[in-house]
Write a protein that binds this ligand. Sequence first.
Ligand SMILES: C[S@@+](CC[C@H](N)C(=O)[O-])C[C@H]1O[C@@H](n2cnc3c(N)ncnc32)[C@H](O)[C@@H]1O
Length: 201
Amino acid sequence: MGSQWGRDSAYTRAMKEGYRSRAAYKLIEIQDRYHIIRERDNVVDLGAAPGSWLQVIRGITRGTVLGIDLSPIAALDGVETLVADFTDPSLPGQVRSMVGTVNVVVSDAAPKLSGHKSYDQARAMALGEDALAFACRVLKPGGNFLVKAFQGEDFNRFLAEIRDHFLSVRTFRSRATRKGSSEIYIIAKNFVTTHEAEGSV
Ligand SMILES: C[S@@+](CC[C@H](N)C(=O)[O-])C[C@H]1O[C@@H](n2cnc3c(N)ncnc32)[C@H](O)[C@@H]1O
């Protein structure tokens, strides 16, 4: 107990500071250290509800900010939202026509937990793979990608897959992550695969 990032204190702090969830502090830490979002970037946030990452992103960039979630996201000034499943193969095309150039994709998406740890982790990793596939279809060359992952069986393979598409790939464990959790974030910068073959801008 006792760290400033402990469950209750982080939650209380988030509410006091007007964030919709304690997850805000994870993105703040990552942005402070890795500068993944620049002030004119267009950013797509996957698995964005209730919207604390969107609040943080809105404070960083003057570009377009789009949040996508299976659940509705309560309105936020200057933020576009979409109720959708980002694993839907038609979504990248829709997002490209809404946003135009996408500079950054972030994903804090997580499936509903069943309580069976290995099953839940496998589903969470599969969602991370879906987020990567989405990012590869919308990002402009040179763009950045942040994704939540879990250390376990498939982690190294997932990391290697990300390395195939980005020049710089780092991992980061946030102080705001609960003790005992295997959650880890992957920060991938400088997207190198173009998607001209799909006829995107
Ligand atoms: C941990 S929450 C995200 C918290 C968010 N970053 C914030 O700061 O408020 C994970 C979210 O992922 C969403 N999610 C899971 N699978 C999804 C999918 N296939 N498409 C869209 N959203 C998804 C869930 O509905 C849930 O709201």
